[in-house]
Ligand binder design. Structure first.
Ligand SMILES: *[C@@H]1O[C@H](CO)[C@@H](O)[C@H](O)[C@H]1NC(C)=O
Ligand SMILES: *[C@@H]1O[C@H](CO)[C@@H](O)[C@H](O)[C@H]1NC(C)=O
Ligand SMILES: *[C@@H]1O[C@H](CO)[C@@H](O)[C@H](O)[C@H]1NC(C)=O
Ligand SMILES: [Zn+2]
Length: 520
């Protein structure tokens, strides 16, 4: 029998009973939301004038789910899970949480062009395809049904004729603010490590640049029908749809203020400048600002650590309150994990179990900070009573949020205070268990040895009992996107590679059998 406890992408040897297993871990679930490239998105999609919102502006977000044929091709248990539970529950949560500031009356999507060449005419809101409209218009990997599309508008090769072509459009998708195309296709991106699902927007309306259509693709092999994995999958789907609705580096430059004015200047085509090296529209410093932090590392050295901060007003207000740091300029965005994870998530070191960080480690919550971000897009309002309490970093002050975890650990230790939520004890044999920050799960400090030295920026230790000084640069927390800061982390038990149980104390199956304890 092989048994191992695993967390944060690594395996632990627990006591003498348990032997290291080599299967790749089922957790954490990672997110690689990639801002879609300019050719994957249609901007400034003209909608018929919506008179509805002028009468009662702001109403609950209305998402229309359209299941692709690939969902029907899943095995019945997975299909039922996706259609009857996962998406209805995720969308219900999002609809209750967000209101749209300028609701649509109905949605009609724009067509892609056969050769990707568009023409726009002055004072004409339509886009014309040069030559021909594409046979199919896609949203991510999904083919958009004809009845969701506007009539093809094209200009002949010579541009002698510009106008409608083919069957006229239907009434569109009524009473909807956002169409979500849900598919389950084994795409190339599904081969990346621990990707359960990914999502993005594909069309934005012209008036406010709000996304009106997007897709969510599930990787079929990663859909788990095990009940203990449902909560994780549900939060993953919510997380992904939030990317499609607004939390994406590809949308930062399109955010608007409370009056609906752009936060980033627009050019003659109505869009901001495109940054080719980032692959997204370049935001102004009213949305994201680059700041250099003085960053303590081992050997009493200080290095410069560059961070991107989301500085919009509601987010800034929320994080100042959350961390109890009135001088905080904004919320730090993820700076690691490569294109996809970085910039599209909150910094893992600072908001570990917040659901919009780049990986699912434990006890995910959608906090007020994420709701504030959705309000700061200018497209939504949020119902804050739908926010969940986030304990990580709460009230820890400016030293916690603006300095390295080395500074924090050293300073707290000197003051005889807890270094929580970080930790500095090496896994030992026998295993030393601790409690998670909220005391609701058994946890282990994820400080570990890496085969290679960590970059100097992430070397935090001047001494670790039992470790030679030359070896210290190899030590750090197991989670890279948390800037290698060590923290106590919940883990799960595996038997011959099969998931057995988590270390969450609130689950009844993890609690002792009273009778057995009383009468052994
Ligand atoms: C594009 O992004 C890169 C990387 O952040 C930055 O260095 C560069 O200045 C940006 N370009 C423009 C035109 O803003
Ligand atoms: C906000 O959400 C709470 C809890 O679901 C609900 O009771 C309340 O009516 C909502 N408020 C608004 C304005 O929608
Ligand atoms: C910290 O605790 C140790 C041992 O408990 C004690 O000797 C020391 O004086 C304390 N230091 C401070 C600053 O309170
Ligand atoms: Zn994500």
């Amino acid at each position: 029998m092989k048994m191992a406890a695993r967390y944060g992408g690594s395996l632990l040897i627990v006591g003498a009973l348990l032997v290291l297993a080599c299967q790749s871990p089922a957790t954490p679930i990672n997110c690689r939301h990639r801002a879609p490239g300019p050719e994957e998105v249609i901007y400034q999609v003209h909608q018929r004038t919506n008179h509805v919102w002028k009468r009662h502006s702001e109403q609950q977000l209305r998402v229309k789910i359209h299941y692709d044929i690939s969902i029907d091709n899943l095995v019945p248990a997975k299909k039922q899970l996706v259609k009857n539970k996962l998406f209805p529950q995720a969308i219900s949560y999002l609809q209750k949480t967000f209101q749209v500031r300028r609701p649509s009356s109905s949605i009609l999507l724009s067509r892609q062009c056969a050769n990707n060449q568009y023409l726009k005419k002055k004072s004409d809101p339509h886009r014309y395809c040069h030559g021909a409209c594409a046979q199919h218009t896609r949203c991510g990997p999904v083919i958009v049904p004809e009845e969701h599309l506007q009539q093809c508008m094209l200009c002949s090769d010579t541009e002698m004729y510009c106008g409608p072509s083919g069957p006229p459009d239907s009434g569109g998708i009524r009473d909807t603010d956002f169409v979500l195309y849900v598919s389950a296709i084994t795409t190339e991106r599904c081969s990346q490590e621990n990707i359960v699902a990914y999502a993005a927007y594909c069309q934005l309306e012209a008036e406010m640049d709000r996304p009106i259509a997007g897709y969510a693709n599930l990787c079929p092999n990663m859909i788990s029908t095990q009940t203990q994995e449902f909560a994780g999958m549900l939060s993953t789907v919510k997380h992904e749809v939030i990317h499609a609705l607004g939390f994406s580096a590809g949308l930062f430059a399109l955010y608007r203020d409370g009056d609906g004015n752009p936060l980033t200047p627009r050019y003659i085509n109505g869009l901001p400048l495109f940054n080719d090296s980032l692959g997204v529209y370049q935001w102004s410093d009213r949305v994201v600002r680059t700041v250099i932090r003085n960053w303590d590392v081992s050997g009493s050295k200080m290095v410069q650590h560059k961070v991107f901060l989301l500085v919009t007003p509601k987010v800034t207000d929320e994080v100042r309150k959350h961390f109890n740091c009135p001088i905080l300029e904004g919320m730090e965005l993820e700076n690691q994990g490569g294109m996809g994870t970085e910039l599209n998530h909150w910094e893992k070191r600072l908001l570990e179990n917040e659901a919009m960080t780049g990986s699912h480690t434990q006890n995910r919550v959608f906090s007020r900070i994420t709701l504030a971000l959705m309000e700061d897009t200018g497209w939504y309002r949020a119902n804050y009573s739908m926010a969940q309490r986030l304990d990580w970093g709460r009230g820890k002050g400016c030293d916690f949020v603006m300095k390295s975890c080395k500074f924090w650990i050293v300073q707290q230790s000197r003051r005889n205070r807890s270094v929580s939520p970080f930790c500095h004890t090496l896994r030992s044999n026998p295993l030393k268990l601790a409690c998670r920050q909220d005391q609701r799960a058994v946890a282990i400090c994820n400080l570990q040895r890496f085969p290679q030295r960590l970059p100097q920026e992430y070397q935090y230790f001047d001494a670790i009992p039992g470790v030679s000084p030359e070896d210290l640069p190899h030590y750090g927390g197991a989670v890279e996107i948390a800037d290698f800061c060590p923290f106590t982390q919940e883990f799960s038990w595996h038997l011959s590679g099969e998931y057995q149980r988590s270390s969450d104390c609130t689950l009844t199956q993890n609690q002792p059998d009273h009778l057995r304890l009383l009468y052994p």
